[in-house]
Write a protein that binds this ligand. Sequence first.
Ligand code: GRF
Length: 234
Amino acid sequence: MADMPVVVLISGSGSNLQALIDAIRAGTLPVSIRAVVSNRADAYGLERAAAAGIPARVIDHHDFDGSREFCLALAACIGEYTPGLIVLAGFMRVLHPDFVAQFRDRLVNLHPSLLPRYPGLHTHRRVLEHGDKVHGASVHFVTEDLDAGPVIIQGRVAVEPSDTPESLEEKVRGVEHWILPTAVRWFAQQRLTIDDGRVLLDGRVRPEQGLAQGAAREINQDNGTSTTSTTVFK
Ligand code: GRF
């Protein structure tokens, strides 16, 4: 089977992009990154792309009147590479619903929390404020609702009393560097399906994902402040 063409969207340092590049080089990830697109011209990830011989493009959101116009330009740029998968690897813009609809089921995002806990920003600080003992990262399919699409894989880290937002960020990033290539590999191997809002791997629900879905229900019932959801993740 030919390597799946992929476009990676970034906004910053691109360490997760590098994890994908390294996995491809190691022969463990059957994809070909056709382009890296950043909404910031100063993103270090663009240099990582160039060093790996990958076309590096910039679509600066400041150049557009709003999210719709920005996402139209982004979609046109991505379309040049006919990707089978688009990976949001630290891409820090909210995507317009039309963009999400256009690339539905082939758009995955990396998020630094154990979704459905802590969608949005400042996840490490919020984990500490809430007193959680477990934290982590998720890769999920993107839907119109922010950070709420079906989860493909999660990686966990223990939260220690000495942790700070910065130390948690570092720990979580280590987890991200293996869950993102793993999720992309499963997608490229066509092992993922979405069934009734859940992701199946080889046709089966993964146990951890079952917990996450249960937690989603509890949190929804409890307006996001459930204490029982904490125990679900232990
Ligand atoms: C990651 O922690 C990701 O979860 C967050 O932004 C960070 C990107 O890191 N949304 P990098 O650019 O891949 O180094």
